[in-house]
Design a protein around this ligand. Sequence first.
Ligand code: C2E
Ligand code: MG
Ligand code: MG
Ligand code: MG
Length: 296
Amino acid sequence: VAKQSGRARWEVYQDEYRREALHRISVEAELRGAVERGDFVLHYQPIVELSSSEVIAHEALVRWQHRERGLLLPGEFIQVCEDTDLIVGLGAWVIREAVAFLARHPELPGRVYVNVSPRQIGRSDEGLGARGLARTVADALAEAGVSGDRLGIEITESGVLQATDLARADLDRLTELGVVLVLDDFGTGYSALSSVLQAPIRGLKLDRSFTIRLGDGGACDRISTAIAALVDSLSSHGVVEGIETEEQRRLALAHGWTHGQGWLFGHPEPEHALGLPTAGQSQRVPATRRALRTRA
Ligand code: C2E
Ligand code: MG
Ligand code: MG
Ligand code: MG
């Protein structure tokens, strides 16, 4: 009996495994089509000065505009992309889109930061010489006529720690374009500090897993204070992620942080909801209508 139920369990397990594998394959196929068509949209979340709530930059966050399922968050698809080369095509789309957004909004305060996966860094395409992220970024900037000092890249520690010589050269070239690199989700990896030495990192973002524990009067508060001091001594920029309450803002300020991001200040929103002046409005309104309007 035991043997039989063991076998039954094994079959259930195999069934489940097969279903999951099939699901993954179909998601991957669907995503491949979506990347080819560009069925995605970027939402932008403000990064603010904690003391004044003044917007000093934005982070671009990708969403999949799924034909049947509606708008999907990265949690539903980014891992599949990162496990395959799909992230390279999607990542290039994200960069072009963010740069085009910058071109439409010259008045935007500060930089737009895009998230980049380790797989996008230090690639060299056969026969074409070094291509990599810096080349993708340089092409996008040139095409849109946007300066590199308006763009930032968020990268996780694993992206920096896995850096080969080729990857390191790619990151160096990015900074030559005026683009800055910041470490995302700081504190969630291991060997966080050595990653700061392995790439030209200009800032770091304290992961939300710390933010939700701020005010514990113990380890989290002390770590937060120590990292803020470290950021300061490295003359880099620090951002506290996932601030949802006034209490968290107050604590982050008390610990020495200057910048933050989170629902307290603004959710990620599509371009049209950001309250920015419509790009090229004057050019798009036909001359005759413009004349009528000025007379009215
Ligand atoms: P992340 O880069 O750490 O982005 C912050 C995430 O926290 C975003 O989730 C954002 O919507 C969410 N968030 C912001 N403020 C708050 C808050 O106050 N409370 C809570 N609970 N959450 C907040 P989202 O948009 O679902 O993105 C998840 C992750 O997906 C990102 O984490 C990033 O690692 C990845 N991702 C997003 N866009 C891209 C992309 O274009 N390329 C790559 N490679 N990864 C991306
Ligand atoms: Mg990020
Ligand atoms: Mg983050
Ligand atoms: Mg995160």
